[in-house]
Design a protein around this ligand. Structure first.
Ligand code: SF4
Length: 446
């Protein structure tokens, strides 16, 4: 039976030392109860706590990290079957395959092109997460040289796809702490697990059936190594969908530990439309990582958009940071607009100002990511709050102008805002962003 947060709390040291990454033992107990943390994160847990809580307190799906620094990504750690039940936490990582049997300049060109393809969408930078280096050549020297080329041209995570343990050892020493993922294929899983454990790497477990996969992960976990990624061999999107769904349900709903790891899919389809269908299924249905056989801008643009939509928390509006934004190159007498920090609103308004061909200041107070009318109705976009924010950001020291343009939908706050900002004149702008260009033209001519 699952223990409550308070029951778990009674078993913790209650010193509030913070070594587990949260400030108090009670907060940590709550995280354990929600299966968002593991008892091993508390270095001071007693043997009694370990015995009682043990595996029961672990999240149903292991959270893994790959890569380092700004290019690191996390995969797994999911708790829901469907996003509408709560949310999905870690978006499907996208990797691109590189074969080691190609000339170095060709590998460099492919890596650079894929690495540098970054698009910005509603304030988020979208890019690939990893390269899979495949030992097609079966030649250790070629594999290691190809790895050098990848590392010279990108700092993204690497999946080392090679069954020769000596070559993998040499590759790991080059990667030196960059948390790679190893795919040993038909190599000895236990030997590779030992190596991965020593080197802080994750390990892909390949299997042709559920039973084989469960046996392999159980045996590996029994050795103490648990940073595994599941690769159930499937023939096409339908089988993959079925396989991933069964494994996820077993892990999340039945607490079946052998499947409590993220899944990966190496997509091999030559046919473009089947390739895209596979990738879409992988993102929609439970792959922690998908590996594409090649780089393709158009395909990635589609996949990024899909991925972002699925992995956006429906409970949290997408927001931009509250701040004074400079649109173009505003001067002290440039127009001053105000809007909320709901990402979509911000991008629409800033885009319309840019399209009008002017530079301006955009005041963006914290409205918890709500749109203009919702924020106003919730009391987050009142004259008082905007006035306070204008003072906090020191706007009066940056501009000579004492006029601020508010969205037409909240004309009602103009009196309060003038009261909050003595000496300022509040101008009511248009209700719709699409009317900003004519409004600006009119405003600047008066
Ligand atoms: S590390 Fe352990 S003792 Fe310290 S605050 Fe966390 S739960 Fe409490």
């Amino acid at each position: 039976m699952a223990l409550t947060g308070l029951e778990i709390f009674k078993l913790l040291p209650k010193t509030n030392c913070g070594d587990c990454g949260v400030p108090t033992c009670l907060a940590f107990a709550m995280k354990l109860a929600q299966k968002k943390a593991e008892l091993s994160e508390c270095p001071h847990a007693s043997e009694q706590a370990k015995e009682i809580l043990g595996a029961a307190s672990e999240p149903p799906m292991r959270l893994l990290k790959a890569g380092v620094g700004a290019d690191a990504f996390e995969t797994g750690g999911e708790t829901e079957m469907f996003r509408h039940e709560k949310t999905f936490y870690h978006q499907t990582a996208i990797a691109v395959k590189i074969d080691d049997n190609q000339p170095a300049d060709s590998i460099a060109a492919q890596v650079k092109e894929a690495d540098e393809y970054i698009i910005e969408r509603v304030g988020e930078k979208l890019h690939i997460d990893a390269f899979r280096l495949s030992n097609i050549s079966k030649d250790s020297g070629k594999f290691l040289s190809a790895l050098d080329v990848i590392m010279q041209n990108s700092s993204r995570a690497v999946i080392i796809d090679c069954a020769d343990i000596e070559t993998v050892k040499a590759a790991l020493s080059k990667l030196n702490g960059r948390r790679p993922i190893i795919r040993p294929g038909d190599g000895d899983v236990m030997e590779f697990a030992k190596l991965a454990s020593e080197q802080g790497a994750s390990l892909i477990i390949d299997a042709g059936s559920f039973q084989e996969l469960a046996e392999k992960t159980e045996k590996t976990a029994a050795s103490g190594f648990r940073d595994m990624i599941l690769n159930l061999h499937c023939d096409g999107a339908g089988e993959k969908l079925r396989g991933n769904t069964i494994m996820r349900r077993a892990a999340l709903r039945k607490g079946f530990k052998p499947f409590g790891y993220p899944a990966i899919w190496f997509i091999n389809d030559e046919d473009e439309s089947e390739l895209i269908a596979d990738a879409v299924v992988g993102i929609c249905k439970y792959c922690g990582i998908i590996v594409l056989p090649k780089f393709n801008k158009e395909m990635l643009l589609t996949l990024y958009t899909l991925r972002q939509n699925i992995y956006t928390d429906p409970q949290k509006p997408i927001q931009v940071d509250p701040r004074l934004a400079a649109i173009g190159d505003p001067k002290s007498d440039s127009p001053i607009f105000v809007t909320t920090n709901f990402s979509l609103t911000y991008f629409i308004i800033s885009g319309e100002i840019e399209n009008a061909g002017i530079s301006a200041w955009l005041v963006i107070p914290d409205c918890e990511g709500m749109s203009v009318l919702t924020a106003w109705a919730a009391g987050k976009f009142s004259g008082d709050k905007i006035g306070k924010f204008v003072k906090e950001i020191g706007l009066e020291n940056k501009v000579n102008k004492r006029e601020i343009i508010i969205p037409g939908y909240v004309a009602v706050i103009s009196g309060d805002l003038e009261e909050a900002l003595p000496g300022w004149r509040v101008i009511v702008g248009p209700q719709e962003a699409s009317d900003l260009a004519p409004f600006i033209k009119n405003y600047l001519n008066n």
